[in-house]
Write a protein that binds this ligand. Sequence first.
Ligand code: AMP
Length: 134
Amino acid sequence: MPSIFSKIIAGEVPCHKLAEDEHSFAFLDINPNAPGHALVVPKREVDRYFDLEDQELARLNQFAKKVARALEAVVPCQRVGVAIVGLEVPHAHVHLIPLRAMDDFHFNKPKPKPTHEELAQLADKIRQQFDRMP
Ligand code: AMP
């Protein structure tokens, strides 16, 4: 059975999409640690991040770099943090988290609860910024 992320990529489950290319897909985390928390996912469904082929890892990180630059331009933060977890969704993904403080890196802290409207507005801004980037 396809993962929830494969269903998102296929358009079968809605998401607040940020960007897409031939091999990778990015969208906002539905339960963000901090505003702008994004997930970057390879289109090929592989559970564990380090089971991706070297070329897939390289492509995913080049794509994630561009998403991170767009996040930094749009979301006030000190920098964008990167985390690989995968305890919830068995489809490799990179968390990009705009950090204002170390606490934003904690997945078990009380989290902001943005509305879908707020997520949609933020995703729009990030998507426009991504599309403007070289
Ligand atoms: P983990 O697998 O532990 O790296 O965590 C999976 C992440 O995916 C969590 O931060 C969830 O909030 C996020 N997530 C799960 N389902 C969705 C979804 N349908 N849309 C956006 N984010 C999701």
